[in-house]
Design a protein around this ligand. Sequence first.
Ligand SMILES: Nc1ncnc2c1ncn2[C@@H]1O[C@H](COP(=O)(O)OP(=O)(O)OP(=O)(O)O)[C@@H](O)[C@H]1O
Ligand SMILES: [Mg+2]
Length: 224
Amino acid sequence: MLIEAKNIHKTYKEADSLLHVLKGIDLQIHAGEVVAIVGPSGAGKSTLLHILGALDVPHRGQVHFNGQDVYALNDQERARIRNSQMGFVFQFYHLLPELTALENVILPAMVKNNSRKTSAIELDGVKLLEQMGLAQRGSHRPSQLSGGEQQRVAIARSLMNRPQVVFCDEPTGNLDSQSGAMVIDVLLNLNKSNGQAVVIVTHDQAIAKRTQRIVYIKDGILLK
Ligand SMILES: Nc1ncnc2c1ncn2[C@@H]1O[C@H](COP(=O)(O)OP(=O)(O)OP(=O)(O)O)[C@@H](O)[C@H]1O
Ligand SMILES: [Mg+2]
């Protein structure tokens, strides 16, 4: 089992009450699996994705990643797992505007390598950009790229350290349908060729239908 989430609870403090956002989620994700997480706005999809991806701490419950209890680790150890074994793709790309496309792509490898750039890292980044159909865009800044191109740069970045899973939060939410379809094609093809698991939060039923399994969430509970 790649990821095993058990009895996940998450609450947020409001002015004078507690908002119970996740109410005991159990979810397992196998190595190489493609899963969609679907549900209405405010259901807790992003919160769940962040907890699965070691980005946010649950108030109760555990997440095991390759058998390791992620939230029993200290921040540094957790960050290392996140950087080396997980990739993230967000709705608004989250590219660094002052860096070129290639510099954005290789950033996770630089972090892993104590900020030292090597020719092997750069070559990997160039290859990933090529795979994304962006061979000619490596020296462009994010502001010089279309939305779909920026998202493909973000996908290349997410793959830089050859993760076992890529978490995607509404990866096509900011794209027109044609660019969105291309982004989903890229993610599914990468799953086929490299075998990493893909977890996609989406509102879009057409996208969800292209995955192997759909998980529905409503009011912080998974629907069976
Ligand atoms: N940092 C926070 N502080 C307080 N409440 C929060 C915080 N983050 C999320 N929430 C609340 O938790 C609930 C679930 O949020 P979440 O972002 O997980 O929903 P979602 O399913 O991803 O929705 P959407 O489809 O609109 O992105 C919402 O009611 C939201 O307002
Ligand atoms: Mg969300």
